[in-house]
Design a protein around this ligand. Structure first.
Ligand SMILES: Cc1ncc(COP(=O)(O)O)c(C=O)c1O
Length: 492
């Protein structure tokens, strides 16, 4: 039984230690049998809702008992994002150093908005930005900010783009009124957060041109150029090209050099969405695929993907701190620190939208230091090698077909069994998804490629191995065969 001190919300140190020990045991338990962590626990939504169905508590509950409840209802039922059987979306399994970092950062509860509110944490964020600029081949004076994830990082990049591109027109004061429509170009494989971003920025999704892709799901350059020319001839203003450094569907990397040239030729801002794949440019073998990325005006990155960070942590990188300041600076008497400022302090509130911010860079900094970039690169390489292994297994199996491979860690395939008709195969794979979720041994989802459904496996998780890949195909085969039996029975 843990009783709280009535004067504050604190426990005594002894009691707090007891709770910390209890929570540490819960953390360790997560890793005890990690290789066998289920992908998904199929509880009905109403049952989960019911676990938490209670009136607003007027009085507190014993904290130790609460942790028992958390273990039962939250930890033991959690979707298996730590373990090796998660293949859906883009889910990296986090890392243990960042668990420690998050705990420590929350303890000191710094507000990463003004330098003097969090001196060390601010310098750590600046250091992480410097390291990221180095990783991306960006200039030394590049600026950047840690944000919640890839969506926020893309929105931030486009916000900077809009405000700088229309600086002369004083768009921050006048808004978009009176401007002739301006156009953003990206491939039809661009992430949906780009649609949301252009909508939020008042550009309107009608002005996001989704250019067709080639067979490798890269933006078709000829179509892009003719669309730009058409827009110019119709009196519109080409404003920004978005290049994909790894699409979410297949990991396709656009011709980033050609896009940089086109952005330059037409005087456009060049933004790269590297949320999924930019960090794979750290691998020598893949670096050439990203040629031209270093010429971007802004890049969106996601550390909760290929830097194995726990949620949340994305990053927007721009070529100068001044670009962020010109976008976000707002004077407010209550935020002025001119008297205290010795000149070298970077005030994040002047370089980003958020005022109060947690210390997202701390976990990134601590894990990069603990593991070193070599080890992190090795893990990225392992994910890619395992994807190649998966593709080989799919291709050599008679009952699977490979639909799209990629140079990054994503593979799209279908179970074919003994079916020969394409539409039947596509329909069957669609039907398979809810059955796989119910089964729960692995967690995998699908997507549509050029209009047709396929199973999509994303392998960004340093805890996977060849054994877990074999297991994935065995489970899909097993569930598929059960569905086939069920379908035959229904026919009779
Ligand atoms: C290419 C790409 N861009 C943007 C995003 C959005 O990132 P987040 O989920 O961190 O907001 C994703 C997510 O998978 C992505 O793959």
């Amino acid at each position: 039984m843990v009783i709280m001190n009535e004067e504050t919300l604190d426990f005594s140190n002894g009691e707090f230690k007891q709770l910390l020990d209890q929570s540490s045991k819960l953390i360790l338990k997560q890793f005890e049998n990690i290789d066998n962590q289920k992908g998904y626990h199929d509880f009905p939504q109403t049952e989960v809702e019911q676990w938490f169905d209670e009136d607003l508590p007027e009085n507190g509950t014993d904290a130790s008992e609460l942790l028992d409840e958390v273990e039962k209802k939250v930890l033991n039922t959690a979707t298996g994002n730590l373990g090796p059987h998660m293949y859906a979306y883009v889910m990296s399994g986090g890392n243990q150093m960042s668990i420690i970092a998050e705990k420590l950062a929350t303890t000191i509860n710094q507000n990463q908005t003004k330098w003097h509110l969090a001196p060390a944490m601010n310098e750590i964020e600046k250091r992480v930005i410097k390291w990221t600029a180095q990783m991306m081949g960006f200039p030394e004076e590049s600026g950047g900010v840690l944000v919640s994830g890839g969506s926020a990082a893309n929105l931030t990049g486009l916000t900077v783009a809009r405000n700088l591109f229309f600086e002369k027109e004083e768009i921050r004061k006048t808004g978009l009124f009176g401007q002739k429509p301006f156009v953003v170009y990206a491939s039809d494989e661009v992430h949906s957060c780009m649609d949301k971003s252009v909508e939020l920025l008042g550009l309107g999704s009608n002005n996001l041109r989704k250019i067709r892709t080639n067979d490798a799901f890269q933006i078709d350059l000829k179509s892009l150029v003719s669309q730009i020319e058409k827009d110019i001839s119709e009196g519109l203003r080409p404003f920004c090209i978005v290049g994909n450094a790894g699409t979410v569907n297949t990991g396709a990397i656009d011709d980033l050099e050609a896009l940089a040239d086109l952005a330059k030729k037409y005087g456009m801002w060049y933004h790269v969405d590297g949320a999924y794949g930019a960090l794979a440019a750290l691998l020598d073998d893949l670096r050439p695929e990203y040629k031209g990325m270093e010429r971007a005006d802004s890049i969106a990155l996601d550390f909760h993907k290929w830097l194995y960070q726990p949620f949340e942590g994305g990053c927007t990188l721009v070529r100068s701190w001044d670009h962020l300041r010109k976008t976000y600076y707002k004077k407010a008497a209550y935020l002025d620190t001119e008297l205290a400022n010795d000149g070298g302090r970077l005030e994040y509130n002047e370089h980003y939208f958020q005022l109060s911010r947690n210390a997202k860079a701390f976990k990134v900094w601590l894990s990069i230091k603990a593991f070193g970039m070599k080890r992190l690169r090795d893990m990225i390489q392992k994910d890619i090698d395992l994807t190649i292994y998966l593709n080989e297994q799919v291709e050599s199996a008679e009952d699977f077909e490979l639909v799209a491979d990629s140079k990054l860690a994503v593979s799209c395939f279908r179970y074919v069994g003994k079916m020969t008709d394409k539409s039947e195969i596509v329909e069957f794979n669609h039907r398979l998804m809810p059955e796989l979720e119910k089964d729960g041994r692995v967690f995998i989802m699908g997507t549509k490629l050029k209009g047709d459904y396929a199973i999509r496996a994303c392998l960004i998780n340093h805890r996977k191995s060849k054994k877990t890949i074999d297991y994935l195909l065995d489970v899909i085969r097993d569930v598929a065969q059960k569905v086939e039996v069920k379908m035959v029975k229904q026919e009779y």
